[in-house]
Every structure is written in C-alpha cells, then in structure tokens.
Ligand binder design. Sequence first.
Ligand code: MN
Length: 239
Amino acid sequence: MLYPIIGITLDQDDQKFFINHDYVQAVIQAGGIPLLIPFLRDPIMIQKMVEQCSGLLLTGGKDVDPFYYGEEPSPNLGEIIPERDEIELKVFELFLQQNKPILAICRGCQLMNIALGGDLYQDIASQISSALNHDQHAPRGYPTHTIDIKKESLLFDIIGEKKIRVNSYHHQSVKNVCPPLTISAVASDGVVEAVESISHPFLLGVQWHPEGMSVLQDKHAMQLFSSFINACDLVEKNY
Ligand code: MN
C-alpha cells in the first residue's frame, strides 16, 4: 500500500468550503490520503493539483445546472452552485484524460454522466410515475431500498452480489447514458443507481451514499472504497 493521494471535491456556500466527514473518513479507512479540492480558476494550478492525486472522489451535493445537459430548469430543480459545477467538470475531465481512477457519489455520479454527454431526471418524483421513495427519512447509513447489479460489471466484481440494499438521498437521477458509460445497477422502479465506463480502468458512479454506510462498517460500502483505493494504488505504482 502506497497511501495514494485522493482528491475530494467540496461543497461551498458564500462563506465556507465544506464536506461531510464520512467521505474523508472512508478514504482514510481504505488507505488513501485525502486532499480537499477547493475552487481554483487558474488552469495551471488545477493541472498541478490533479497531478498530485492518484484518484478522484466526486462527492454529493446540490443539483447540477441543467444548462449543462441542454435543459431549462424544472420548477422542482433544487439549488445550484455554478462555481462548483465549473470546477468539478474541469477536474473530472483532467482525471479522465490521465486515466486515473474516479469514484463518483450521488451528485458526483450525475455530474459524471453529464460530463460524458448524458442527462438527468431533474426531479424523480414528478417525472417517474410509481417511483420509490429515494429521499429516505431514516438514519444516514441505513439501507432502505434494493438495487439490482448487472453481472458483467466492475460493480459486480467489487460487490460480488446481484442484489444489495442501499441508502438513498436523491431527488434527481441519471436518465440517458452515452458510451463509454453503461448502467451497472438499477432500483426496482428503473431508477439508475450505478454507472461505469467500459473503456477506463476504474470509473464508477453510484447514486447511493456508501461513505455513510462504511462508517457503520457496511461490508459492501467498505469493498467499494477498498477497490477504489487499490485501483489508485496501482496508478501510483505504474507512474
Ligand atoms: Mn435511490
């Protein structure tokens, strides 16, 4: 284990950058060193920062501006943070170019899909009839719905099971995916719960919050972070 450095994107408001402890703890627990990525404008600074990292963790947060997937805002669109969209799209592109591992969670999974030419349901409850409750009122790490994992997928290789239960805190979800992304898990209402790339060694997006489950020692969530950090470790060794 080489303790790879993992870039972690941040949420922000007018005064602060911030992120839930769980993301940072999950990375440390799996053997990665977290490097928190604030908003930067200078492209050389961004480039340098990306070079320091072996992998990227795209975190959860507010909605991505639907402008990026060619839509006008729905009345049910939540808050958007233009600066955050901008930095995350740039950072994602650089990690992708360098073929470094990317784990994208919730908003991160949605942002990754948009960056690769896909789009979103801006609001599941008003756009998908007979959708499940994807915005649970339960303890953070408690799994409330089931997902079906595609057998020929990176996600299945990591988890080793076809059906698992996950937590759920999202009102948007991935709609159409474009190559190289493919869908690797769905909920029973058809909502996309995981996507991955077929042409990248480790590019995985999950719609649930494994970081919130891994602090409670959930086996599958820990497998997810360990596999991600191992993939980053491999990058480190090959450089
Ligand atoms: Mn869900």
